[in-house]
Ligand binder design. Structure first.
Ligand code: NAD
Length: 372
């Protein structure tokens, strides 16, 4: 790792985006083909925040791939071996992070599109020891929190009074939950109260106390509630103000789910955040048509405006690119030694404050991308 990093011709690298290609967008394990992600994200640092390209270094660590289709493809350029796992993987990543700190002492290291388990482990291990963050966990959380602040201006329900139901309890879902809890407690309610407002459903059902299979990061959200198997039943029981899709499972916000949301709330909040567009939990058209145009809809990937009964609705795009370039620029300018959750909460409030009344009138809870 040290030798490879020593080869890089620029010394003043301030931003690294690194992936191991295991969970690229909602597309899964793309192995070495994940390289488009670090390059693309760093391009956004330059385009959105003016960070000079020579201060940006994209990295993919090729540890093999469990995608057998890729391994057998004649044109695949990565290692044709199953993913390195366990102690050997951890040691390699430790070597990498230590080598980065030595070679570029002022760098901010952004982890991107790692598999769920490694993402949480790496963040927990390094967040208090160097300038680092995980965009899938913290950046997503910030942009979603901003959307909820904007939606609150439309519905009149402050976030501290909202019940949120997440479909998907992975990096994105739990990251959002944790930042929402932080924001709610900053606004005066207790941490227990804030946790009780966030409900999660994963591939095994509703996250409830009686389950014995819950990963550590899900446990604070396990409520005293009978098990619920279907998302529709969860919506009918919990009557959430917002449903937040971070499952990578397209079509899971079905017409009955959206209709139930519209029955329970005048302006239901529907965030179908799974990427790319083909993975979104529902389309913009489905959200508006099934709720008679009342849904406040946002997605992770772009959807075109939808005209329903003569009115045009503009879907918001909850794109992390509203957050990470600005946070990174702030970190560089301040020569910050850590990236904190408070920074992401501040970024969320700042982003929400740029949403105009005209945006809200069109149903848009983020500023137009052209103003990014
Ligand atoms: P992850 O693998 O960490 O988590 C996925 C979660 O979905 C897991 O909890 C899994 O149990 C759950 N799940 C899978 N199938 C399900 C089903 N049928 N019903 C209920 N739950 C199910 O992945 P992640 O990093 O959390 O990302 C999830 C999705 O969110 C991806 O599609 C990603 O593109 C998207 N995402 C969007 C944004 C954004 O829009 N700003 C940012 C980050 C991630």
């Amino acid at each position: 790792m040290r030798e490879v990093l020593a080869n890089w011709p620029h010394d003043d690298v301030r931003m690294i985006v690194v992936t191991d290609g295991e969970r690229i967008l909602g597309l899964g394990d793309l192995g070495a083909n994940g390289m488009g992600i670090p390059i693309g994200k760093l391009t956004l640092y330059t385009a959105c925040a003016g960070v000079p390209p020579r201060q940006c270094l994209p990295i993919t660590i090729d540890v093999g791939t469990d995608n057998t289709h890729l391994r057998e493809s004649a044109s695949y350029m990565g290692l044709r071996q199953p993913r390195l796992r366990g102690a050997a993987y951890d040691a390699l990543l430790d070597e990498f992070v230590e080598a980065v700190q030595e070679r570029f002492p002022h760098v901010c290291l952004q982890f991107e599109d790692f598999g769920n388990h490694n993402a949480f482990t790496l963040l927990d291990k390094w967040r208090d020891r160097m300038c680092t963050f995980n965009d899938d966990i913290q950046g997503t959380a910030s942009v979603t929190l901003a959307g909820l602040y904007s939606a609150a201006r439309i519905t009149g329900t402050p976030i501290t009074d909202m019940r949120l139901l997440f479909l998907g309890a992975g990096e994105a879902g739990i990251g959002i939950g944790d930042l929402v809890v932080e924001a709610m407690t900053e606004e005066g309610i207790s941490s227990a109260d804030a946790h009780s407002r966030c409900w999660f459903m994963d591939s095994k059902g509703l996250v409830v106390k009686s389950r014995t299979d819950l990963a550590v990061h899900k446990q604070p959200y396990a409520h005293d509630h009978p098990p619920v198997g279907s998302f529709l039943e969860a919506v009918e029981t919990i009557k959430p103000h917002a449903i937040i899709g971070v499952s990578g499972m397209p079509g899971t916000f079905t017409a009955p789910v959206l209709a139930a949301m519209a029955r329970h709330h005048a302006r239901p909040i529907v965030m179908a955040l799974s990427n790319p567009t083909s993975k979104a939990e529902c389309t913009a058209r489905e959200a508006y048509a099934t709720t008679d145009g009342r849904a406040i809809f946002a997605s992770g990937s772009p959807f075109a405006p939808v005209t329903h009964k003569g009115r045009t609705h503009v879907p918001g795009q909850g794109n992390n690119a509203y957050i990470f370039p600005g946070v990174g620029l702030g970190v560089i300018v301040a020569d910050s030694s850590r990236v904190t959750d408070e920074m992401f909460a501040a970024a969320a409030r700042t982003l929400a404050s740029t949403v105009t009344e005209d945006d809200l009138a069109m149903g848009r809870i983020y500023p137009s991308l052209s103003r990014i």
